[in-house]
Design a protein around this ligand. Structure first.
Ligand code: SF4
Ligand code: SF4
Length: 166
């Protein structure tokens, strides 16, 4: 099943609600952290169970995950090449000094939104969109940005706004 928000409309929706969701994030910082974790994690699991990332693929098309040295080793083993070859062929250093994919959409994203290195994908890909992290109240600024890309994050903010109106 597709998610409720198409990538094409998500950015505008997220921009239009930025101020109210930013204020909401500040209010949420004063809630009981455990209660907030329980709520957000249950919505995260529910949305990913009902929705299908293969219908979206927006993160793999638009965000460059930060690649760690152990990610390079895992990719090299999976592809059967050296770490130097992975670095040369697929990676670059960005302006912040982080290792990222040299081009986006991701070179491993297939036309049907499958990931061709799924079992060896970088840690940042495995953990995105990070809404199942503990102490989620500490990660709401990042979540605010991720609303622009991920329909699950945007939907969680919509539900939080309904649960905690001003
Ligand atoms: S490695 Fe796979 S999961 Fe990560 S951005 Fe590329 S296609 Fe997406
Ligand atoms: S994690 Fe979010 S942005 Fe990425 S494919 Fe799934 S729903 Fe889309």
């Amino acid at each position: 099943m597709p998610f409720s928000y198409a990538p094409s409309s998500l950015k505008n929706l997220a921009k239009a609600t930025h101020v109210s969701h930013r204020d909401l994030a500040r209010r949420l910082g004063r809630k009981n952290p455990r209660d907030l974790d329980t709520l957000v994690h249950s919505w995260h699991d529910d949305l990913f169970e009902k929705g299908d990332c293969l219908e979206c693929g927006n993160c793999c098309r638009t965000l460059g995950p930060r690649i760690l040295p152990r990610d390079v080793g895992r990719l090299a083993d999976f592809l059967g090449v050296s770490t130097d070859e992975v670095t040369r062929q697929y990676l670059r250093i960005d302006k912040d000094g982080d290792l990222v994919f040299s081009s986006m959409p991701c070179p491993f994203l297939e036309e049907d939104n499958h990931c061709s290195v799924y079992d060896a994908r970088p840690r940042a890909c495995r953990e995105y969109p990070h809404m199942d992290q503990k102490k989620i109240h500490k990660h709401l600024n990042l979540a605010l940005k991720n609303r622009l890309t991920c329909p699950v994050v945007y939907e969680i903010f919509i539900r939080l706004a309904q649960r905690y109106p001003q």
